[in-house]
Design a protein around this ligand. Structure first.
Ligand code: NAD
Length: 371
């Protein structure tokens, strides 16, 4: 179950144990079993793949959002525009774990018929780790590209700016590979996702490197720059501080973040910035049926084989000093998943205690029998 990790402040939690517990918590909070499992599976899936920032640390925040009427159980996408190649979906502030899957399914259905599809999703509760949606598409044989923004979540300073103007706006690209080890590039356009600052805050450790600036635009490693002072027993609010996250890749990453804001926020109608207390995701996704792109050149491999050959060629690159191996995006998550499924996920004691407390408030304990 939960065991202290030797020499650290972490507990080692087995993913299936966490998933069962968190499913029961969300059921007690008002979700039916299918929705509760989707939420728990997605959060545990992110933690098990090494993206702790988008994993179970978010349980109290999701519960609080539901309690405050910022996100709603049992909501599904409605079709605002629907034509051959394009569908615009409104998530009606439901849980992103349900809406994200529905958006992928809508995209695959259209791309199955037309080879390509464009899907806009607006007003979606937090969509979690966007790579999960690209994996779903890749497993079904579809290339996908996702641009995402977070409405009402100004956290990131644009290149050359000293204030907050953009969300952490992730970009994700998935390309299916013949061996099932798909290329999944999935990152926030801030140097780090906001949840990484949350994990630093929770574990009482400074942020690494050049990821945050204070109110004057000076680099700082203190996560309080983002959250301000957090009274005990309260859920940290990233609006609470006067600093900002730094955009990745200087002017290039800052430009990519702005592209996400335009594509996922302005063009879907989900919106950008804003003063409201609640947040939601917008996402613009392109889906391509990989088989439909297959146009082998004479004596050459089909495109699926060409993808596999090239990815293998990159993996075979000799590692530079200090690196064990060259990995392809998607590999680190698969490695971590294998390791954590076997040995458990390291979870800071405070993070697990917050989940246990949230469960206790709903009369759910980690030891209760499964629902
Ligand atoms: P990150 O900086 O850890 O980068 C992850 C990407 O880099 C992955 O594609 C991974 O496979 C690849 N990668 C990592 N190490 C590698 C290596 N050594 N060689 C090759 N590739 C490597 O990710 P992040 O920016 O911290 O984002 C974390 C998560 O947060 C993502 O899943 C993202 O979708 C999610 N996110 C979600 C929201 C939202 O609103 N829903 C907002 C921001 C971020």
């Amino acid at each position: 179950m939960a065991q202290q990790q030797a020499g650290s402040d972490n507990l080692m939690i087995m993913p299936d144990h966490a998933e069962d517990f968190i499913t029961r918590i969300f059921q007690a909070a008002g979700a039916d079993l299918a929705e509760a499992s989707a939420i728990a599976g997605n959060l545990v899936g992110a933690s098990a793949r090494g993206h702790d920032s988008h994993g179970i640390v978010r349980v109290p925040r999701y519960l609080e959002a539901a309690e405050r009427g910022h996100v709603f159980f049992d909501r599904h996408v409605s079709r605002v525009i629907d034509n051959d190649a394009f569908v615009l979906l409104d998530g009606q502030h439901g849980f992103g774990q349900v809406l994200g899957r529905e958006a992928v399914e809508a995209g695959l259905e259209k791309a199955e018929k037309q080879s390509v599809a464009l899907v806009g999703l607006r007003h979606a509760g937090h969509l979690g780790r966007i790579g999960a949606w690209a994996e779903l598409a890749a497993d079904a044989g579809f290339v996908s590209i996702h641009f995402v923004n977070v409405r009402n979540s100004l956290l990131v300073a644009p290149f050359g700016g000293a204030g907050r103007r953009m969300s952490t706006a992730p970009v994700t690209i998935g390309v299916p590979c013949l061996d099932g080890q798909h290329f999944i590039l999935d990152f926030a356009t801030s140097r780090v996702a906001e949840g990484k600052a949350l994990m630093a805050l929770k574990s009482g450790k400074p942020m690494p490197g050049d990821d945050l600036v204070d109110a004057n635009g000076a680099l700082t490693r203190d996560p309080h720059a983002l959250y301000g002072e957090v009274p005990p027993g309260t859920v940290p609010n990233p609006r609470g501080g006067s600093g900002a996250l730094v955009a990745m890749g200087e002017h290039k990453g800052s430009g990519l973040a702005l592209a996400c804001e335009l594509l996922a926020g302005a063009l879907t109608g989900s919106g950008n910035g804003g003063p409201e207390d609640r947040i939601w995701n917008g996402m613009l996704s392109v889906y391509m049926k990989a088989d439909a792109l297959n146009s082998p050149v004479e004596n050459g491999p089909g495109t699926a084989q060409a993808v596999q050959d090239y990815v293998d060629f990159v993996r075979a690159c000799p590692p530079a000093d200090g690196h064990e191996a060259v990995l392809v995006p998607g590999d680190p998550e698969r490695r971590r998943f294998a390791e954590r499924t076997e040995n458990g996920m390291p979870v800071p004691v405070e993070v697990w205690q917050n989940i246990v407390d949230a469960g206790a408030a709903l009369n759910i304990s980690p030891q209760s029998p499964s629902a």
